[in-house]
Design a binder for this molecule. Structure first.
Ligand SMILES: Cc1ncc(COP(=O)(O)O)c(C=O)c1O
Length: 369
């Protein structure tokens, strides 16, 4: 993928400014995130992983606190709970959407539950309204892992503002990419202020604030991390954010072509569409006995699929924690059947046709159709 002129311009401006670490571009990115989402605060971080941990720390998650979260996600979601000192309580997902539902969440609540940590799988918003109701009824924090869903809307409203805090990723493959990076977005003044300190060693004032105020000294007010975003990454993320709507339109168009063209192929499970879907991923499902063979055939034909995700509880580290409390059959089935098709905004019609043709061939000899 070639960088755009705007990406090169802003990156060069950040590079030439000499700041390199967190400086004016971090502020500009945070301002742009606030403006786009309509949410009060954006705190840029070095990754979504860091933003998730920060969100749970500032929400007060501590030893023994239970956080209800999907098993079907990237390991980072559950790892943030553990690192904050909490206990992930995995719930199963809806078989079609891959998102947690309100019934599964309700069934997992105990008197130790302190938070819900949802994931917008592939860019499809969770049932925000229903989950907000549960969190409100039970006094829980509601944190959204929105690593996939920057640009997604639910009933016309940006997902970043629909939970108590949303955590974004600017990882290389994400909708708004900067190589690495993330942000915590929240309307909670105290959370934002604490997260801004947490990302930089718990310092009362970071380098930029000291430079601007002429201050030399700072205090350390709490145990923090080192999770600030560099200005170089912020510059690229800002340029990408400016053009996110355009790229989102391309991804939507490609996803709808996939949906239309694959509707007639027997035996394939297709993802759920929704008006506000951010289409970070396009995950289809093939019979488990054929999945790896289909993936192998696609790779041999020059199409690069992947698998999002095998559920967290199946990995060695997580198995060894002995945390699983509920049966998770739909997450496990998803992990055995998922194939993510290439989906990025610069794909041409020819690229899309190539994927479709190779996919139809790849599933045919398997007798999937
Ligand atoms: C659902 C989910 N959450 C969190 C992350 C972590 O994002 P980052 O790489 O920015 O830490 C990812 C990354 O792929 C993800 O897919």
């Amino acid at each position: 993928v070639q960088p755009t002129a705007r990406e090169e311009e802003l990156l060069l401006e950040a590079f030439r400014s000499g700041w390199w670490t967190s400086g004016p571009f971090v502020g500009r990115l945070e301002e742009a995130l606030r403006a786009q989402s309509g949410v009060g605060h954006a705190v840029a971080m070095s990754s979504c992983t860091a933003a998730l941990e920060a969100a749970l720390v500032v929400a007060g998650i501590g030893p023994g606190d239970e956080v209800v979260t999907p098993a079907l996600t990237f390991s980072a979601t559950s790892a943030a709970v553990l690192r904050a000192g909490g206990v992930p309580v995995w719930v199963d997902v809806d078989a079609r959407s891959g998102n947690i539902g309100v019934d599964a969440v309700r069934a997992a609540l105990t008197d130790r539950t302190r938070a819900i940590l949802s994931v917008d799988m592939g860019g499809l918003p969770v049932a925000y309204g229903a989950l907000r109701e549960v969190s409100g009824e039970h006094g829980l924090a509601f944190v959204s892992d929105a690593a996939h869903s920057l640009g997604a809307t639910d009933a016309g409203r940006a997902v970043e503002g629909l939970a108590d805090a949303a955590c974004l990723s600017f990882y290389a493959t994400k909708n708004v990419a900067a190589g690495e990076g993330g942000a915590l977005v929240t309307n909670n003044d105290t959370w934002a202020e604490r997260a801004a300190r947490w990302r930089l060693h718990g310092l009362s004032q970071g380098a930029e604030a000291r430079y601007r105020s002429g201050a030399v000294h700072y205090d350390v007010t709490e145990l923090g991390s080192k999770a600030n975003l560099s200005d170089l990454h912020a510059a690229v993320a800002l340029a990408q954010l400016e053009s996110n709507a355009e790229r989102l339109e391309s991804r939507r168009r490609i996803a709808r072509t996939y949906l239309r063209e694959l509707a007639g192929v027997d035996g394939l499970g297709l993802p759920e569409d929704a008006p506000g879907h951010a289409w970070h991923l396009f995950v289809i499902h093939v019979p488990p006995a054929e999945r790896d063979a289909v993936v192998g055939r696609l790779i041999a034909e020059g199409v690069r699929p992947s698998c999002h995700f095998r559920p967290v509880h199946e990995f060695t580290f997580w198995r060894e924690q002995g945390l699983q409390r509920f049966p998770l059959p739909r997450s496990e089935e998803w992990g055995r059947t998922a194939v993510s098709l290439p989906l990025f905004s610069s794909m041409t019609d020819k690229d899309v046709s190539h994927v479709l043709e190779r996919l139809v061939e790849a599933v045919s000899p398997a007798g999937v159709g």
